[in-house]
Write a protein that binds this ligand. Structure first.
Ligand code: SF4
Ligand code: SF4
Ligand code: SF4
Ligand code: FES
Length: 947
């Protein structure tokens, strides 16, 4: 799909629906009440010249290029700041306004380099366009006087440059940073002629508070702020609309192309999830797709100590199939399985789970959502009836009180965070429940009303305590509950949460937060017109992850906060397609659409369509796969796009299991920690080569479109299909679109979805079927999907992971803005400039006690193992708690995490590990092993060498 230039309407659209009658250049028309003249004229088809206005920002009225005449009024109002009124007669082209506009342009151009032909923005510069539009032919003032033409270029940011000589001080960049991104990193320093744009306190961009979201570059009408990729390669020739392959926000981008080379990723204004905004990862960190370490040839080896041999696709697929068949013959049908990836498209995931079920003949399929949001699926399904979040992202603009629990949106889900910050700046209340002082607690123009800085592992007492106050003080939404919820379960839940152990005073002791704050936060949430809950892995990755998800659903129902805009229970999904990989039937007990494999009718439908008999027994979950491998019952595995040896907890245990497999097939972009144990490597495709769909955290099905042919010579789904065929199962799709047609035919919530439909409407939020042909932005509007909303008792059971004298601190983990998951992609981009390696955050008092200084290398030890990394001393973290990320395989953060997991879903308890921290004397055993293995893994033989 090729996209032409998007229209800039000059100012944002008014939210009013009423219209007024106006006349533009003598022609009668109507315009939305509240719109500016500039916008109304553009919608009418008349372009008024403009420079300081753009439709993603509030009007500013500084350049005076957009002046018009209004009949009956004196002067020449700026059309970008003047609202339309009933009966208004507007003249956009008169000799007087033409003269004024030319004079304005003349002043701008007199202090601007006249190097248009060699400028990187040539052809995509609003200043150039406007000079043409106003008919400027000559500049009377000359260039001899004072000017800014010699100002120094700031090249510090690896992705963009700032050339102040070209700046017209329109402040679009400043406003983009304030209004769209919410970082407030830019200011206009000085006055009049001396005005200039400054990052933070006049620092280089790289040293400033800038988070490299790129909103300022997109807003800049000149070449002042410019992507280095455009400076290097020139302006794009065409664009393809696609979806970011990083986090669960699911931002839409135009891949701006020159031939088959990506030269820029531009966030798409009509993107349902991002509305033209992006973060550093989506906009800039796509270079990994052409990184030199990318593996492009299929490879095999008989033994994991052998070098890899590059072979043809036929040989690799045939080899994998033979080994799987031999294993099944020797150890039985259930001795093999597969893991699907939340980084792959729905179509790719769907056929891997189909391969396991139809070609392997068992249900040993699981997905990486097991280790992140499986409790979300379980908890929301039990209480509300659907394993997914309830709202579209822009619902947050109607929220009056927002609770953020166990999530760090500015780092993990930055584009949604920017939207949430807009609402917070408008005055919505904010309650943050997190052991760390995350950025949202205090950031420019935002201060959380309450920060419940709980001890890791005490989410459930906190949610119960909030409920305790709400029930005891009669703040429940009784009419809503009576009409929509299961009353028996409600009564039982009330009894549970009002028990004395959940009083704020008791909870304060367990969770380490003030009872008064719990009480006040509870009142604030219950009394809000619209209360919304947003949460992340700080909720799910606990031994009571599912309990906590149900606790939040209970709280939302009890306060009547589900079923309309501005409310809801909203998981912030980690990876781009976590929602989709779950929807596609990646769980061992569920077929696509979350339907039980044990249900004869459901299974029968799939059996008929797939022409095979399916196993009615649920298969292994990922942790069971590891245990079974260690016990010699599980011998072969197909891992699609996941580095389980880095991402899963208790690394030594995972490696022990992987080391016992007789056939491990890894399909990925790069050799990784898991492929160290693999026998077959299928090179994978990057999102730039994929055709398919991703589903984001708001259930939005977005198209992913290829901008180039697969660099490996074969689409990933085709590899899976050929493997299925080699195993003896006749899988025969012609295209990705056909796979989606089958998904739609077999999954009621996807019934109306097809590539053709998505290409026509843009994107759609499931359920999309006969009942909801244009999708379902908000779930549970009149009724809960399960019928009556079910309250579930959420008793607190402390984790078995306890601090002791030997391990007195609690380690909790998270992520950071510049890196993503195991870092396979982002570590291969200039994003390492901001975050080179995992560090350990530690409170000053804990550091002092241990003689640790900022930047020291420290040892982090738990019952499971020890690693070393550098310490960062910060008050962001509370005493007694330390924090790190898991982006770097060399750090090996998961060497120390434990096997404890959520009682319902086996989601690992990454967020609570008892540890000790001490100055490091030497590198840990893990890191020494890592280095040794790194040396052996890279050996790859060319076909000629292996003959
Ligand atoms: S850098 Fe660009 S957007 Fe910012 S003031 Fe200068 S010209 Fe305007
Ligand atoms: S890149 Fe983003 S954060 Fe940085 S100055 Fe521009 S708008 Fe602000
Ligand atoms: S917010 Fe997420 S989806 Fe959007 S650009 Fe950033 S990483 Fe990509
Ligand atoms: S565009 Fe209206 S004053 Fe600049």
């Amino acid at each position: 799909m090729n996209i032409t230039h998007e229209v800039d309407y000059g100012t944002p659209a008014s939210r009013e629906t009423a219209t007024v009658s106006i006349e533009i250049d003598g022609i009668a028309t109507t315009a939305r009440k509240g719109d500016t003249i500039l916008r109304a004229a553009r919608e009418f088809g008349v372009d008024i010249p403009k420079l300081c206005a753009t439709d993603s920002l509030k009007a500013f009225g500084s350049c005076r290029l957009c002046v018009v005449e209004v009949v009956g009024r004196n002067g020449y109002p700026a059309s970008c700041t003047t609202l339309v009124e009933e009966g208004m007669k507007i003249r956009t082209q008169t000799p007087a306004v033409a003269r004024l506009r030319r004079n304005v342009m003349e002043l701008y151009i007199s202090d601007h380099p006249l190097d248009c032909l060699t400028c990187s923005a040539n052809g995509d510069c609003e200043l150039q366009d406007m000079a043409g539009a106003v008919g400027l032919r000559d500049v009377r003032y000359g260039f001899a006087g004072e000017n800014h033409l010699d100002a120094d270029i700031d090249d510090s940011n690896p992705y963009f440059s700032f050339d102040p000589a070209k700046c017209i001080v329109c402040s679009r960049c400043v406003r983009a940073c304030d209004e769209v991104q919410g970082t407030f990193a830019l200011t206009i320093e000085g006055r009049g002629f001396d005005s200039k744009i400054a990052a933070s306190a006049g620092e280089k961009f790289l040293d400033s508070e800038c988070v490299s979201c790129g909103a300022c570059i997109q807003a800049c009408p000149t070449a002042t702020l410019m992507e280095k990729s455009i400076i290097d390669h020139g302006q794009p020739e065409h664009s393809v609309l696609t979806t970011c392959a990083y986090c669960g926000v699911g931002c839409s981008f135009k891949a701006d192309m020159k031939g088959d080379q990506v030269v820029r990723m531009t966030p798409y204004k009509d993107g349902g999830a991002n509305q033209g905004h992006s973060c550093i990862k989506g906009r800039f960190a796509w270079g990994y797709a052409s990184h030199k370490e990318r593996v492009l040839d299929p490879m095999i080896r008989d033994n994991i100590n052998d070098p890899w041999r590059k072979v043809s696709w036929d040989e690799a697929i045939g080899y994998a199939a033979r080994r799987f068949k031999d294993i099944q013959k020797k150890y039985g049908r259930k001795s093999v399985g597969g893991i699907t990836s939340s980084r792959c498209t729905n179509e790719e995931v769907f056929i891997v789970q189909k391969l396991v079920r139809a070609a392997f003949g068992n249900n040993n399929v699981d997905t990486c959502a097991r280790v992140c949001h499986s409790p979300t699926g379980f908890g929301l399904n039990k209480t509300l009836g659907t394993s997914a979040g309830t709202q579209p992202f822009d619902s947050v603009m109607d929220a009056d009180c927002i609770i953020v629990i166990g999530a760090n949106p500015t780092q993990g889900h930055p584009v949604f965070a920017s939207q949430m910050k807009q609402r917070l700046r408008e005055g919505a209340n904010l309650i943050v429940v997190d052991p760390r002082k995350i950025e949202l607690v205090r950031t420019p123009h935002i201060k959380a009303d309450y920060h419940l800085a709980l001890k890791p592992g005490t989410n459930v007492p906190i949610i119960n305590s909030l409920a305790h106050v709400i029930v005891k003080e009669g703040l429940t939404a009784d009419d809503y509950i009576a009409e929509r919820c299961d009353l028996e379960s409600y009564e039982a839940w009330k009894k549970c949460v009002t028990r004395p152990e959940y009083s704020p005073e008791s909870t304060a002791i367990i969770a380490g937060v003030s009872a008064d704050d719990i009480r006040s936060a509870a009142r604030m949430f219950a009394n809000a017109r619209n209360g919304a809950i947003y949460y992340g892995l700080g909720v799910t990755e606990h031994s009571q992850g599912s309990t906590m998800v149900m606790g939040m659903a209970n709280l939302a129902m009890a306060t009547g906060n589900i079923g309309r805009s501005g409310v809801g229970v909203n998981p912030l999904r980690g990876q781009n397609n976590v929602q989709g990989s779950c929807d596609m039937g990646s769980f061992p007990h569920e077929l696509p659409g979350y339907r039980p494999v044990g249900d004869d009718e459901v299974r029968g439908k799939f059996e008929k369509h797939w022409g095979v008999t399916l196993d009615a027994e649920p298969g292994y979950r990922i942790p069971n796969m590891f245990d079974a491998a260690i016990n010699d019952a599980y011998k072969g595995m197909y891992v699609q796009g996941e580095d389980i040896a880095q991402s899963d907890p208790n690394t030594k245990h995972v490696e022990q299991a992987l080391g016992k497999l007789e056939c491990l097939v890894v399909q990925d972009l790069f050799l990784n920690e898991t492929s160290k144990f693999a026998h077959v490597f299928f090179p994978g495709t990057s999102f730039l080569e994929k055709d398919g769909t991703f589903i984001n955290a708001e259930r939005r099905i977005n198209r992913v479109r290829p901008v180039m042919e697969p660099r490996t010579g074969k689409a990933e789904w085709l590899v899976t299909q050929e493997l299925a065929q080699a195993l003896g199962y006749n899988m025969n799709y012609d295209s990705e679109a056909q796979i989606m047609d089958e998904i739609a035919a077999l999954t009621p919530t996807f019934q109306g979805v097809s590539f053709e439909f998505l290409d026509r409407v843009g994107s759609v939020q499931w359920p999309c079927n006969e009942k909801a042909p244009m999708g379902t932005p908000i779930m549970h509007v009149d009724n809960f999907v399960r019928g009556k909303g079910l309250f579930i008792e959420t008793d607190y059971v402390p984790t078995e992971e306890r601090t002791t004298r030997k391990f007195p601190l609690i380690l909790t983990t998270g992520r950071t803005l510049a890196q993503y998951n195991v870092g396979a992609q982002t570590r291969r981009t200039p994003n390492v400039t901001w975050y080179k390696e995992d560090v350990l955050e530690i409170h000053p008092s804990d550091a002092e006690l241990r003689g640790i200084h900022d930047g020291d290398r420290v040892s982090l030890a738990s019952r499971k193992g020890d690693i070393t990394l550098c310490a960062k001393i910060t008050e962001r973290i509370q005493p007694g708690v330390v924090y790190t990320t898991f982006h770097d395989p060399e750090t090996g953060a998961n060497v120390v995490t434990t096997e404890y997991s959520d009682w319902a879903t086996s989601c690992p308890e990454y967020k609570v590990t008892a540890v000790q921290v001490a100055p490091a004397v030497h590198r840990s055993q893990w890191q020494r092993q890592f280095e040794e293995r790194a040396n052996s893994q890279g050996k790859i033989l060319e076909p000629s060498e292996s003959n």
